[in-house]
Design a protein around this ligand. Sequence first.
Ligand code: UDP
Length: 476
Amino acid sequence: MSKTHIAVFPFMSKGHIIPLLHLSRLLLLRRGVSITIFTTPATHPFISQLLSGDDVTITTLPFPANIPGIPPGTESTDKLPSMSLFVPFVNAAKLMQPSFEEALLNINRSNESHPISCIISDGFLPWTLQTAARLGVPRLSFYGMGHYAITLSRDAVANGSLSLHESGDEPFNLVGFPRIQLTRNEFNDPFDKPDPTGPHLDFIIEAITSTNNSFGLLVNSFYELEQPFADYWTRHCEPKAWSIGPLCLAAAPPPKDEPSPSHNPKWIQWLDRKSALGDSVLYVAFGSQAKIPPAQLREIAAGLAAAETSFLWVLKKSEFAEFDLEELLVSERGMLVDEWVDQRQILEHPAVGGFLSHCGWNSVMEGICAGVPIVAWPMMAEQFLNAKFVAEEIRVGSRVKTVDGSAKGFISRESLKNAVVELMEGQKGKEMREKVKEVAEAARKSMAEGGSSSLALDNLVDAIRSHNNNTIKISP
Ligand code: UDP
């Protein structure tokens, strides 16, 4: 059987790297597959601690230096001082194209019997399409988003729905899904403007065009979860989409049998104590990117205090200074953690009964797969659409109401408290908990042998192999 050597290039951001490493792990389970992951020197340690093996190579490419606005040594978006530097950052990443191509050609020269068969590229690296074309191999694009967010965005933009109203809070119905109402403020910059223009829009157009001209789109979701939206894509859009998730189910299993519980991180030991007391804990985490204004942080802290529920909150040390929860921490009602945690290990812990989340798509998938209902407080990117999906489409969570009713508005302690109490203690919370367990079971089935996502991945590997068998390679 021919060998299949796949180049994987994740965008330098935790939420993009993690699922592509899960995907790599899944691909490596298929016979004859080897993987080369491309990244930058500063990101290498994060990748190497999550994925290693005989058939995995991690190749580093220098991140361009002296980019105006980007502090020296910043090679991932979570280290950017502000997300307003996103466009300079993606434009800097474009300058990696020559070194990426050189590295691929070197691989092909030194492994003539085992050349690169395919490039799986983050959608935020659109220029990898040219590279794939030069090598004569297919490119697969990965956005790290679900079908719902991709489809709703496509439908709203393509049908001009975002410029229908003067006000960003005025609802409109989608043309492709008339039952779904959205507001422009549920979209991220630049689509929250009535007449978007500028470099961010130019970049998004470039990324979409590159994906449209790729061999396929990989979606971190499973068909049964998002059927109408996956079908919409198949009917109206290019290229072919493969639903191959939830990829978090391919993560190395969370460590369960440490030699002694005292080897576990302190937050897991704390959860163990909560479990022994029969206490149900709200896990609070807003991903790797969020920068929350101090006044909003103080209000969240006050809302958690008022909800009278136990909570484990992962946040940055600099954010601790904004509020004082000392009394609750001393009484062990709450715990604050300012380290990188294994989020899946926390969500899988029996003490965790709810998840207050920003609704990054990875966090949504991880919450669902752990059977934990979600209180959704979206902040940016496609998180508003993910939150809508969680609360209104699959009903495994609820959304915190903002003070002014606008998607990006301030949330008060009162509304946070109400959403948390309802989820942790109320009848609606009970229903969401039952529903999310059903969805978790369906997710597991889709990833198990013979399940829809597992079959889709088999089909994808076959498609790459037959594409390469049918393509006459031209030496560059
Ligand atoms: N994550 C983690 N530990 C942390 C913080 C984040 O494991 O301390 C992981 C989380 O489990 C998820 C990813 O980082 O897989 C964050 O991705 P998501 O899409 O949820 O949000 P983003 O960070 O992109 O906003």
